[in-house]
Every structure is written in structure tokens, then in C-alpha cells.
Design a protein around this ligand. Structure first.
Ligand code: GLA
Length: 387
């Protein structure tokens, strides 16, 4: 939907007049570095070209009114009792952001907001981070008339999700949504949020995302369980390495010398994944810089195997998609992306092989799992911005 159409729709809902502004922020695909962000490790996500657009106008009172183009719902919230809307099924991400901005002293004003989302909901492409970062940018701008440091908006989005929505996610999704750059990936060190944009010189290769379309259940509790296992690994390692602050700060070599401190075999496998995955991210950045896409593809395949065998967050749907993809001609590499337990895979596929790839992987998946996946061929897009 183009901007003029959205603005017209906004006026139909909320009336004409005043200064009408527009903001956007994308979803993300993580190319490699999974379940490393909350361990202070490395990730390599890219923003995608699907995301959230907000049409916005300031009001002269303390009320936020929100609608979405694909939902028949009007949410009205009073900023002076912002903590009361946590249970909303739609609107809680946005109000969580308002709550976090208020907490940092930003005087979020009353406003009318129309949301238009193109990222599939619950599909593992961070539709929630797109909403959070776009909302943070929009509300910050309405309050101050200035553009914020987008790194701060990423942190506000993450806090909204942690504190208001109650999902204990890391920083990767919001960071990629806030700071994505067209045709680049973001090499982020999650221990201190230092980052570098890495050109994605893919040539004739495309990024193909495949959605398992699995209804995800228990994802939050399983995600939290993995986090707890990593915390246990860190505590065990700190008995021999008292200065170690994050699992993601350990090299593979150090881990070989000190892994004996971890007694529980499950916890040991989780830590093994995190440390090797961080090494793979660093190697991937080197491979991308040298234009070695085949090497990068191998690292993606290794990442998937580790998430299946050591971190155990894949499941039959993701494994079927990734394994079918890896076997196709013209596919350089394929892996699950995001939290796992359903959601999406990401594959690198030669442009001329994409149609055949979708057909073959789709058939194998449908025969085995019983319903079809959805494919998205995407490029790396820009992060949060005013339109
Ligand atoms: C989800 C979380 C991220 C990250 C990934 C796993 O997407 O929101 O913070 O932990 O899972 O890499």
C-alpha cells in the first residue's frame, strides 16, 4: 500500500487536518549467530524489506488512539495510566514502548496512529521488533521533533518486550530493525552493542526465506529454558574463570581447556553451541568480506546442525525445510533463523535456481509435514526511518 493511500485511510479513521507524519521500520532475518545475543556474543542479521509503517499525528491531550490496516480494532489508551494495558492482544507492544520512553523522561504526547504491517505475524521475522522500533521512533519524534539515536530506540524496543510484554528476548531483532542498511548485514557484538555494517555483495545469489507456517506453542518457556541453561554454564565456568562476563566472550580454544567445569551434559551442549556459533559468525564476516559465498553457505549449514544437535531448537518442520534446501542445486547454504521451534529458514540460492528451489522444497515439505511452507525472496533493506 503506498503512502498516499495510507494517509487517506488515516484521515478516514481519525479525521483531516494537522501535520501527518510517516515512519517505518523493518523486520529482520538473522543470517548467522543464533541464540548468541543474550550470551553477549556475535550476530549477523540483516533488515528485510517487509516491515511496519506508521502514519501519525499528535493530539492535544494524553490519549493514544491506534488502529491497524489489517485488524478491525481501535485501541484507546490513557498515557497517565500506561501500565494498565499489558494484557491487550494488539497494542501492547506499542504501549510498552510508550511506557519505556516515559520512563526515560521522554514526554510522549497523545497521538493518533495507523499501523500497516507487511511482516508475517509470529513467523520468526520479528514483526514485533518492527512495530516496537517504528513506534519508538515515531513517539520520540512526536515528543521532541528530533531524530533519536537509533541504538537507543532498539534498546527501548527490547525493554518494552522484556518489561511490558513479558518476553525475555535479546537485543538482536530490535537492533537489526533500527540500524539495518540496504544491501548490508550488521555484525553486532551484543556485549557492548558495538557494530559494523558488512556489505552483502551477493551478486546473482538471493536470500530466500521459507516459513514453516507451524503454529508455535511453548516458545517462550523453551526460550527461557535455554537462557537459564546458558546462565548455568556461565556460572560453572566462572568457578575456574572468575573474570568471564559472558559465554559469548570465550574463544573456542578457551572453551576446550575449561569446559570440564560444566558438569551437566545438556548444559555443556548448549554452551558448546553458543561458543562455536560465535566463531562461525566471525568466520562468516571474513568470508563475506572476501566474497566467499560458498564458504559462508557451509557455515550456515553448520549453524543449522548445531542448533539441531546441540541447542535443540529446530524440530521436524525446520529440519525438513533446511535439509531439503541444502540438497537443492544452486543452494549455497540453509539454516533456521530466529528463536526456532517453528518460524523460518533462510537460504542463499542462485537467482536462476530460485523457482525450482521453491517448487522442490515446497513439495518435500508438504509431503512430509502435511501443509505447505511460504517463501519470500528478499533483499537486505534499510532500518528505522522517517518517510
Ligand atoms: C529471538 C529473540 C532474539 C534472539 C533469537 C535467537 O528472535 O528475540 O533476541 O535471541 O531469538 O537468536
Amino acid at each position: 500500500m503506498n503512502l498516499d493511500v495510507l494517509k487517506k485511510q488515516f484521515c478516514t479513521y481519525f479525521g483531516n487536518g494537522g501535520e501527518i507524519l510517516a515512519f517505518a521500520s523493518p523486520g529482520r532475518v538473522n543470517l548467522i549467530g543464533e541464540h548468541t545475543d543474550y550470551n553477549g556474543g556475535f550476530v549477523l542479521p540483516a533488515a528485510i524489506t517487509l516491515g511496519t509503517t506508521i502514519i501519525a499525528r499528535k493530539r492535544n491531550d494524553n490519549i493514544i488512539r491506534m488502529r491497524a490496516t489489517d485488524l478491525d480494532v481501535l485501541v484507546e489508551a490513557d498515557l497517565s495510566s500506561i501500565e494498565n494495558y499489558r494484557e491487550l492482544t494488539w497494542g501492547n507492544y506499542q504501549l510498552g514502548v510508550a511506557s519505556e520512553l516515559l520512563r526515560t523522561g521522554i514526554k510522549v504526547p497523545g497521538c493518533d496512529l495507523l499501523y500497516h504491517d507487511t511482516t508475517p505475524h509470529g513467523g520468526g521475522l520479528s514483526s514485533s521488533a518492527a512495530i516496537e522500533v517504528a513506534s519508538a521512533l515515531c513517539m520520540y519524534y512526536l515528543a521532541t521533533k528530533h531524530m533519536p539515536d537509533m541504538r537507543d530506540m532498539a534498546v527501548i524496543g527490547q525493554r518494552a518486550e522484556n518489561n511490558y510484554v513479558g518476553v525475555n528476548c535479546g537485543i538482536m531483532d530490535q537492533f537489526a530493525s533500527a540500524l539495518g542498511k540496504k544491501d548490508h548485514a550488521i555484525f553486532l557484538d551484543c556485549k557492548d552493542l558495538s557494530f559494523e555494517t558488512v556489505p552483502l555483495s551477493l551478486g546473482s545469489v538471493r536470500i530466500v526465506i521459507a516459513n514453516t507456517n507451524k503454529k508455535r506453542s511453548l516458545i517462550t518457556s523453551k526460550y527461557n529454558e535455554r537462557r537459564a541453561e546458558c546462565e548455568e554454564a556461565l556460572r560453572n565456568l566462572q568457578t575456574v574463570l572468575p573474570h568471564l562476563t559472558h559465554l559469548g566472550c570465550m574463544t573456542s580454544k578457551e572453551f576446550q581447556s575449561f569446559s570440564g567445569a560444566i558438569k551437566n551434559s545438556t548444559v555443556l551442549r548448549r554452551a558448546h553451541h553458543v561458543i562455536e556459533e560465535c566463531e562461525r559468525v566471525k568466520q562468516s564476516v571474513l568470508a563475506l568480506k572476501k566474497g566467499q559465498l560458498t564458504r559462508f553457505g557451509q557455515l550456515m549449514n553448520e549453524s543449522h546442525s548445531s542448533l539441531r544437535d546441540f541447542y535443540e531448537v529446530t524440530g521436524p518442520e525446520l529440519d525438513t525445510l533446511a535439509e531439503a534446501a541444502q540438497a537443492q542445486q544452486g543452494c549455497l547454504g540453509s539454516r533456521m533463523t530466529g528463536a526456532g521451534f517453528g518460524g523460518c529458514t533462510v537460504s542463499l540460492v542462485e537467482n536462476e535456481a530460485v523457482e525450482e528451489f521453491k517448487k522442490n522444497v515446497g513439495t518435500i515439505y508438504t509431503e512430509k509435514i502435511g501443509y505447505a511452507p511460504t517463501f519470500y525472496v528478499t533483499d537486505a533493506g534499510d532500518g528505522g526511518r522517517m518517510l
